[in-house]
Every structure is written in C-alpha cells, then in structure tokens.
Design a binder for this molecule. Sequence first.
Ligand code: OGA
Ligand code: MN
Length: 288
Amino acid sequence: MNISFKKLHPTFAAEVSSIDLREINDEVTLSHLRKAMSEYGVLVFKAQQLSLQDQLDFAKRLDGVLHTKTSNSVLSKNRFGNDALTDISNVAQDGEIMAADDRRRMNNISNRIWHTDASFENPPGRYSMLCARTIPSVRADTEFADMRTAYDFLDDQMKVTIENLHVHHSIVYSRHTMGFDFSLEERAKLPGANHPLVRTVENSSKKALYLASHADHVVEWPIPEGRLLLRDLIEHATKPQFVYSHEWTVGDLVIWDNRTTMHRGRPFDDKTHKRELTRVTTLDIPRH
Ligand code: OGA
Ligand code: MN
C-alpha cells in the first residue's frame, strides 16, 4: 500500500495519508508503520472509524502485547470492562461529567504534567494509541516533546554524565507530587521500575532521553542530586522548540512512541465540557 507522511513539526511527528486502519493487516504495511514510528515518534491518522474492539485489534496487530496494569485499573472498574482500554475522559460510568472531587478525575488530572505512559512498569509502555471520540468545542490539545532532539541539544559534558544512569519510575511518586495519594493496598500493586535514562529504539541510532513525571530518582545518585538533574532535563526537553501540539478532531488516532517522546494534556474547563478518548498502550517487549 502506498503510504505517505506529512511532517507536522521540523524534527518529529507526521500525519499519515488517508488509510483505514481497520483494513491494515498485512505484515508489509504493519512493518512500514513500525519503521515510521521509529523515525517520527508520533503518527497522526485522520478520520478513523474504530470501534473499541477495532482499536484493540489494530493495537495487537501493530505491536503485540497490551498494557493492562494501568493506574485507572487499580482505582476502579473501567466502564468498558477491559483494562487494556484506558478511559481518557472526564465522564463517569453513567456517561455524565465526573464530580469535581471524583478520585479518577484527581488521578487523570496528572496526565497534564509531562510524562510517558507506563514507565513505572517493567516492561514499560512502547506505543500508545489514543482515539478521539468526543472533543470539546474549546481547545484541549495534547502536546508531545521530541526526546531525541532534546538529547542532541545537550552539551557534550552532560551527555557523558548521564550516559549510564538509571532512573526509578513510580506513579505513586508522580501522583503524590500532584497531591493525589494511593492507599497502601493500591501502592502494593504499583511498585515502580528502573530504566536507563538514555536509550535507543529499533531502526534508529539516535539516542533519546527517557524521562517522565514518574521519574522519581536517579538510581546511582543521592536523591536530591538526582531529582535536580531530572528537573533540569525535563525543563530542557520540553522547551517550545521540541514540542508539537495536537489539536484533536473526532476520529483522530494518534500513536506515539513512549520511548522517544513525552506528552501532556493541556488544561480546559473539564467541569463543563465532555472530552472522551480511548487509549491502548503496548508493552516494550522484543518483537520476533
Ligand atoms: C494519555 C494522555 C493526555 C490527553 O492518553 O496517555 O496522557 O491530552 N493523554 O488526554
Ligand atoms: Mn499519557
């Protein structure tokens, strides 16, 4: 199939020419899309008509194993009855906007700080595929930061300093920084994970900073020094020059590589406007 890519930002992110992802199941096209993910980090597919099942099926075809141990799954039953489908919405079981003090809202609000999905798991998240189902009349964009270009722009001394460091990622930590605390029982299900701070992905030799709000401390360093380093790096990596902002239209499916990008949702009046997206994230398990 003839697929073309239109760049959305000078260094990463592309819109894919019109294709219906429900029909993509040949290995040649799927592998072409995986290579494009390694190159661009973010791919935007317009005008999709994916049912929830179509979204799950396509995620499995593209990238194998789905992430199910999400923080939402620890908090409550999901309205779709499937923990592989993350409900990125401000809507409760009954389809109405959540109460302002709903614990799930408090948890979801942390999607508005720079992060990468499921970095607190081992294996961590690889691709996230977010499908827009209800979009408010006001802007409620998702921003993406290019962690490979951010790495390139570090000075040489910093590159040497961070080369072999590891970071402990914990969602208990990141939520706590936002004033949200999990119970002891919930925490036991979210122990966190260690990952290299600098990494590469298949089909690309470029190094990426692997950072997130979940980045709790640098394993090899005392906690205060490590936290300072992580804050400096996140501040650097999210400068406007490294950021693409996606304005949603219903039917958009955006896929990002959690290993080469960070993202955050932008604030909007979520007590007035409904916003409903569904996300499927795959696990970073070697492909055969
Ligand atoms: C996500 C996420 C941000 C948004 O789906 O993982 O962080 O804008 N979403 O909804
Ligand atoms: Mn996210």
